[in-house]
Write a protein that binds this ligand. Structure first.
Ligand SMILES: Nc1ncnc2c1ncn2[C@@H]1O[C@H](COP(=O)(O)OP(=O)(O)OP(=O)(O)O)[C@@H](O)[C@H]1O
Length: 296
């Protein structure tokens, strides 16, 4: 059974469709990146997944059941409320008692988020990254099979972000399904198996990081460039050829490199460079959202 399936999920606020007709599937055991610029509808979607916001239309199934109080789902959706004067460990003990979770689980989750060494320190003394990780620890208390994290790296310094990434990867490797939202491509690119891109409330792409990148381009530097461009357009079609940085970017696979080289040389073009370049996710994201990103 899939941990998350939404069908036609929609939330309207007055005239505004915060989320529109969203079909999302998160598979068991994967780390799924929910990527989109600020205001794209990520938080609204996650709130609907957790049953905190009522959809205008559409359905959500978590492990085959409608959202609600399911022990198999943990979430960090907004800064969790902790007692500043209690230690991290004591804060978790309070939560564990409320949730009916055995006290010994507290040290297990502290270890999972790499806070064991600082568990006795007062929450007020924690860095933002440690506070966020304690929030994740709280979400893990009930040993959920599905973890939903809303922008867990928001506001963190690079070291805090790296710690959070390591932690999410480790949870994924341990068999937990994780849905993590972000407006930062780099984050998602580094930790996620699959990515869904949301823009203006709609899911505009879904796939693996590699699929989203759309494969590689061929980069050609040649002279005269105009003749090279004309020949490449004849061979590959105009839409596959882009002039950039004093060369050509060709949207074709590396398997055509030899053929392209021969064709250019035959046309009297001198080829000084011909190599494959990976398109990065940032470029794909930029194209999908028409440049309206908050790429960090
Ligand atoms: N309660 C609400 N009432 C009216 N409009 C809302 C409400 N909640 C969200 N919106 C609007 O819905 C859109 C999507 O917001 P949402 O918070 O889901 O985006 P987001 O992708 O999570 O962005 P961010 O990263 O900035 O939180 C925004 O235009 C927002 O202003």
């Amino acid at each position: 059974m899939e941990p998350i399936v939404t069908k036609g999920l929609t939330k309207r606020y007055g005239e505004l469709f915060a989320v529109q007709n969203l079909d999302l599937t998160v598979r068991a055991g994967e780390v799924y990146g929910f990527l989109g610029p600020n205001g794209a509808g990520k938080t609204t979607t996650l709130r609907m997944l957790l049953g905190l916001v009522r959809p205008t239309a559409g359905t959500v199934l978590l492990n085959g059941r409608p959202p609600g109080s399911q022990p198999s789902v943990g979430a960090l959706i907004e800064g969790p409320a902790f007692y500043p004067y209690l230690s991290g460990r004591d804060n978790l003990r309070v939560l564990a008692r409320h949730a009916g979770v055995a006290a010994r689980r507290v040290d297990v989750v502290l270890e999972m988020v790499d806070l064991s060494g600082r568990a006795g320190d007062k929450y007020a003394k924690y860095s933002l990254g440690m506070k966020q990780r304690l929030g994740v620890a709280a979400a893990l208390l009930k040993d959920p099979r599905l973890l939903i994290l809303d922008e867990p790296t928001n506001g963190l310094d690079p070291a805090g972000m790296a710690d959070m990434r390591t932690m999410v990867r480790r949870l994924g490797a341990a068999g937990c399904t994780v849905l993590v939202s972000s407006h930062l491509l780099g984050e998602v690119q580094q930790i996620c198996d699959r990515v869904g891109v949301i823009f203006r409330g709609r899911l505009v792409r879904e796939g693996t990081v590699a699929e989203l990148r759309g494969g590689a381009d061929l980069r050609v530097v040649a002279a005269p460039l105009d003749r090279a461009a004309a020949r490449a357009r004849e061979l590959l079609g105009a839409e596959a050829v882009t002039l950039a940085d004093g060369g050509l970017n060709l949207a074709v696979g590396a398997d055509r490199a030899g053929e392209i080289n021969t064709s250019l040389v035959t046309a009297g073009v001198t080829v000084s460079e011909l190599r494959t370049v990976e398109r990065d996710l940032e470029q794909a994201f930029f194209e999908l959202t028409g440049g309206e990103t908050d790429v960090g």
